[in-house]
Design a protein around this ligand. Structure first.
Ligand code: N2P
Length: 361
């Protein structure tokens, strides 16, 4: 063989290897995994993992309803998942490819079946609550030692918010969570689908709008940890991550998370495979990898969210499984509410209301 033909053979071999290199594209929430797991998946399977992040169900929904997202695995919250299943955005899971399915926790599967009947299209990744992150020293400085840091009063009573405005309050940019919380504050059903009830959230949110520094669904982690803001209405694990980041920085900032005592939203984030996923087989491999007990535990230990994997529980750290803010007691569970998908008309109303609230006019 001449040198020329050898080179050519090598080139052909190389390019055909490149052509068959398997890829899986995953679209998950930001600050929601231990990144070592991503490398572990690649090492174990030889698959290239492309991992992108988002922080808004609305953004994900736009991609899912438009189609052609290019993703193999996505992670909508239950109420959004339900609507997207109805729109035909997902494919049924092939359980023959999910040997770790037996690890899942029936208690959580019963709850997620409300969004995905018989859990045919999705498996739970993590679940949590929406509540209040507070920088205890700054909040006490603004409101005194008996500041209601575990109550919706803190963030929906304009008197309190006016006093907190200087130290900085962030709200989630998540209408499907903030509207129910405002309804809960005035004693209405947070899961109401009645447009007249939903409308009652508007004046509640408008009254405190001038004191909200930013509506954003991920920046509050660092803002709390650095002491740039004193309150965030956000997701449980994110606020616990802020607590840890402050501890690690040893900057004297102390962050606590509380689910509002009046009741908190409990939500479920579900892994699903888009109907037009380029690599459904690889998607199942990723799901099955995450469903392995030790992998799922590593993810929860890192991000402080509970998961729907029963077998993972023996590998959870005590500050995760033993923290009632992450794994609530029976008593706390009774105080959590859930949110279903708004029918399209109510959803449009909620979206318009939210745009108005954010713009403050
Ligand atoms: C992770 C936020 C996930 C919770 N940063 C939203 N469902």
């Amino acid at each position: 063989m001449t040198l020329k033909t050898m080179t050519l053979t090598a080139i052909v071999a190389l390019s055909s290897a490149a052509a068959v290199a398997e890829e899986v594209r995953v679209y998950n929430w930001s600050d929601y995994i231990d990144e070592d797991l991503l490398e572990k998946f690649e090492t174990e399977t030889g698959i290239d993992l492309i991992y992108d992040v988002f922080d808004s169900n609305e953004l994900l929904e736009t991609k899912m309803l438009a189609g052609g997202s290019g993703y193999d695995v996505v992670v909508p919250t239950g109420s959004f998942l339900a609507r997207q299943i109805q729109a035909g955005a997902f494919q049924k899971l092939d359980t023959s490819k999910l040997s770790n399915a037996g690890n899942m926790w029936d208690v959580i599967e019963d709850r997620t079946a409300r969004y995905d009947p018989d859990n045919l299209y999705s498996v739970n990744y993590m679940w949590g609550t929406t509540g209040i992150g507070a920088n205890t020293a700054k909040v006490e400085e603004a409101l005194g030692a008996d500041a209601p840091i575990d109550s919706l009063e803190l963030v929906f009573n304009p008197d309190n918010m006016e006093k907190l405005a200087n130290c900085g309050v962030y709200f989630l940019d998540a209408p499907d969570e903030m509207i129910p919380a405002a309804l809960k504050y005035i004693g209405e059903d947070p899961n109401s689908m009645d447009p007249d009830v939903v409308a009652k959230a508007e004046p509640v949110l408008m009254a405190i709008r001038p004191y909200v520094k930013k509506f954003h669904s991920s920046e509050y982690i660092n803002a709390l940890a650095n002491g740039d803001i004193c309150v965030a209405f956000g997701w449980s694990g994110d606020i616990l991550q802020a607590r840890d980041r402050a501890d690690e920085a040893d900057n004297g900032v102390e962050i606590v998370f509380n689910a509002p005592k009046e009741g908190a939203l409990m939500w479920f984030d579900q892994m699903a495979i888009p109907v037009d996923a380029p690599n459904p087989d690889g998607a199942h491999k990723f799901l099955n990898f995450i469903m392995e007990a030790e992998n799922m535990a590593a993810a929860s230990n890192y991000v402080y969210y509970a998961n729907g994997n029963k077998a993972s529980q023996e590998f959870l750290e005590e500050d995760v499984i033993g923290d009632p803010a992450i794994y609530p007691s029976e008593e706390t569970l009774k105080n959590l509410y859930i949110k279903e998908a708004y029918p399209p008309k109510v959803q449009r109303k909620a979206t318009r209301m939210w745009t108005k609230i954010k713009s403050g006019t």
